[in-house]
Design a protein around this ligand. Structure first.
Ligand code: ADP
Ligand code: UVW
Ligand code: MG
Length: 401
């Protein structure tokens, strides 16, 4: 059985196709700059070199068609025809309190995802475009949605409630949901395997730091707290998102700058974070370069990012009353030895000690970077949200047959 996994963003679409008999990825790729001039499709088949194609891709339906063309291409393709694909799995960021686990897409599910647009304005509308684009190109194929929020449904009330009038929870479902759950779930399990102990016995802080970034306190294999909130804006400082701030700043800035709700939302989601502080980039590679060259704004952005990350790690150790492992994953966490080093060097109060040589190794494998003396295991675990999505898709579609 072959499963196509899609992670649709507003201007991008990442994909991966799996042969589920062996759980091997046959190809991966991404379409970027959808709706802009010169969209880019990068296709990475397992059997030959990657190909990059620049063309005009105005919307997601065209993007999916181009992906299917690449997957069935005589040279760079990995399947003979579209009929070989048995099911499509989608990442959906916000499941709210409607979805606690993965489900097969039907009209009710689509209405549910749509009703949650306000609770993930950057993400859910894009996921619906992805689902509709698949419907347009592959009518009648079973589709499954896997929610970022599902893993966090085990959080206790004291972690998910906000200290505001309860009527807002009752009327509008204002609460913490948490995101990147598929990733936090996956890396915590791989961590347990890597250190050779049952996940049920472990207290783990998982740091998913990519474009969006969140931390989770995973106790006994379950999420007990996480840094993103009702939307993916709360918590850590991110590429373009502010993370935590005094909520009084929002009405204050709206009043002083005469901003609308949409404008202030856009300011906090798209024009804040590393981008706002550095004044130049949301990309941690460029921020690090600027910092290494002594550029003051990039240095401040870097320092704020690490400082906040460290404070969150500390608070989750307190939340669980201890920690066995701290894990880094996602774009920044997997690739930036500098971020890991700066974050860990001031966790000495926990007995954290990382080995600078191990920290520098670049690899796609899960690995320890702490010394044998370290009181806490520190690991880098490459995330694999796509594999988790493919597994759920395979399971649900097979069960429904
Ligand atoms: N070598 C690196 N050093 C620092 N940051 C990196 C490196 N490689 C990638 N990144 C960061 O990873 C981010 C993307 O992370 P990723 O997890 O792929 O995000 P998303 O899934 O949200 O698109 C980029 O914005 C970039 O800042
Ligand atoms: C939920 C979220 O922030 O996702 P991403 O990191 O893909 O933007
Ligand atoms: Mg991501």
């Amino acid at each position: 059985m072959k499963v196509l996994v899609i992670n649709a963003g507003s201007s991008s679409l990442k994909y991966q196709i799996y042969d589920m008999t062996t759980e091997t990825a046959l190809a991966a790729g991404r379409v970027e700059r959808i709706g802009m001039d010169s969209s880019i499709l990068v296709h990475e088949p397992h059997h030959t070199d990657e190909v990059t194609e620049v063309s005009e891709i105005l919307e997601h339906t065209t993007a999916v068609r181009k992906v299917l063309d690449k997957l069935t291409d005589p040279e760079v393709g990995v399947i003979k025809s579209i009929e070989e694909i048995d099911a499509v799995g989608h990442r959906v960021v916000q499941g709210g309190d409607l979805f606690k686990e993965s489900v097969i897409v039907d009209a009710k599910v689509k209405a549910g995802i749509t009703s949650l647009f306000d609770l993930a304005p950057l993400h859910n509308p894009a996921h619906m475009m992805g689902i509709r684009a698949v419907e347009a190109n592959m009518p009648n194929i079973p589709q499954v949605v896997v929610f970022d929020t599902a893993f966090h449904s085990t959080m206790p009330e004291k972690a998910y409630m906000y200290a505001i009038p309860k009527v807002l929870y009752k009327k509008h479902k204002v609460r913490r949901y948490g995101f990147h759950g598929t990733s936090h779930d996956y890396v915590s399990k791989v961590t347990a395997e890597t250190i050779g102990r049952p996940v049920e016995d472990l207290k783990i802080v998982t740091c998913h730091i990519g474009n969006g970034a969140s931390l989770t306190a995973v106790e006994g294999g379950k999420s007990v707290d996480t840094s993103m909130g009702m939307t993916p804006l709360e918590g850590l400082m991110m590429g373009t998102r502010s993370g935590d701030l005094d909520p009084a700043i929002v009405p204050f800035v709206m009043m002083k700058e005469d901003l609308t709700v949409n404008e202030v939302n856009s300011m906090l989601n798209k024009h804040s974070g590393l981008l706002a502080i550095s004044g130049s980039s949301s990309d941690m590679r460029e921020i690090t370069e600027g910092m290494e060259q002594g550029e003051p704004n990039a240095t401040l952005a870097f320092e704020m990012y690490v400082y906040r990350l460290r404070k969150y790690i500390g608070s989750y150790v307190a939340a669980m009353d201890g920690v066995d492992a701290i894990v880094f994953t996602a774009g920044v966490g997997e690739n930036s030895a500098v971020i890991r080093q700066h974050t860990c060097e001031k966790l000495t109060f926990l007995g954290v000690e990382i080995d600078p040589e191990l920290n520098k190794i670049r690899s796609k494998e899960p690995r320890r970077i702490s010394t044998p003396n370290s009181k806490v295991e520190v690991l880098v675990v490459p995330t694999n949200e796509e594999l988790m999505i493919a597994r759920d898709t395979y399971r649900l579609v097979t069960e429904a047959k």
